[in-house]
Design a protein around this ligand. Structure first.
Ligand SMILES: NC(=O)c1ccc[n+]([C@@H]2O[C@H](COP(=O)([O-])OP(=O)(O)OC[C@H]3O[C@@H](n4cnc5c(N)ncnc54)[C@H](OP(=O)(O)O)[C@@H]3O)[C@@H](O)[C@H]2O)c1
Length: 260
């Protein structure tokens, strides 16, 4: 039986993917740390959409969590034909003052778990000559961001990695899409301990998912969610990094000082 595996499905963009894809008839495997939320969501979606939904509670920053997750889906015989690597978090602040352990965990989740899960599930997709991988990146991936240095760098990795792996797998009927949302109304900013730095143009998770699905249907390697974000990403790419980092740095520095 075919399944869609979504990481970070307990809230925000991941939960919106789960709700939308369940409505489209996908069977689901939902992954996050919050077991209660996943349990509730699975029950709700199975009842409402007559699909099969399983959850696997896992902390993907733990050593070999990706391997245990893969082995569990194999043991159940789940055929993962959509993989949504969405789990991720950010942090905001002066890098020298941020807790190192948390910055390293961010790299483990945003990069290592995403790379590992892509690697685990690709061979079977290749053998079946079909598959969809959505890697949730960010508009943060298009330029370095002072005071979100690690986060922006992890997402630059995700966009670059996804574009390359998409090209390697096109001939196998597999699409790998880097989904790049801009500011979206989720728990992200609270988890990142971020100062509010944008009020306009915030999208809902549902908007982001809708844009993602259009991009998947069109076979796009990179999708920036929303026109305003698209323009921002083009500017972020074209403008010299020195100018972009100075501008962002000057904008965020006083806000962060005020917060302390
Ligand atoms: N919101 C934005 O403005 C924005 C913009 C661009 C990109 N993004 C990206 O969108 C993705 C989803 O974030 P979101 O905005 O929806 O934020 P969110 O509401 O905080 O959701 C994050 C999800 O990741 C899960 N997660 C966190 N740590 C985990 C861990 N160690 N192991 C397993 N799962 C973990 C969380 O579940 P548990 O806590 O239950 O584990 C939750 O389901 C992230 O990759 C983020 O970087 C967000």
């Amino acid at each position: 039986m075919k399944f869609t595996l979504i990481t970070g499905a307990s809230s925000g963009i991941g939960e919106a993917f789960a709700r939308r894809l369940a409505a489209d008839g996908h069977n689901l495997v939902l992954v996050a740390r919050s077991e209660d939320k996943l349990h509730q969501l699975c029950d709700e979606l199975m009842l409402k959409h007559k699909i099969t939904a399983h959850y696997i509670a896992a902390d993907l920053t733990e050593f070999e969590a990706d391997k245990r997750l893969f082995e569990e889906t194999e043991r159940h015989g789940f055929e993962i034909d959509w993989l949504v690597n969405n789990a991720g978090f950010g942090s905001m602040g002066d890098f020298a003052g941020l807790e190192l352990e948390r910055e390293l965990q961010m790299i483990d989740l945003n990069i290592s778990a995403l790379v590992a899960l892509t690697h685990h599930y690709l061979p079977a997709m290749r053998a079946r000559k079909s598959g969809v991988i959505v890697n949730v990146s960010s508009t943060a991936s298009f330029q370095p961001i002072p005071y979100m240095a690690t986060y922006a760098a992890t997402k630059a990795f995700v966009t670059s990695f996804s574009e390359a792996v998409n090209e390697e797998n096109r001939a196998y009927g597999i699409t790998v899409t880097a989904l790049c949302p801009g500011p979206t109304d989720t728990n992200f900013f609270a988890v990142a301990n971020a100062v509010p730095f944008t009020a306009r143009g915030v999208q809902t998770s549902e908007d982001v998912v809708e844009n993602a699905l259009k991009a998947v249907r069109a076979g796009k390697a990179v999708k920036v969610s929303g026109f305003r974000n698209y323009i921002g990403s083009v500017l972020g790419t074209l403008a010299p990094d020195a100018l972009v980092t100075r501008t962002i740095g000057s904008f965020l520095r006083p806000k962060l000082k005020k917060k302390v």
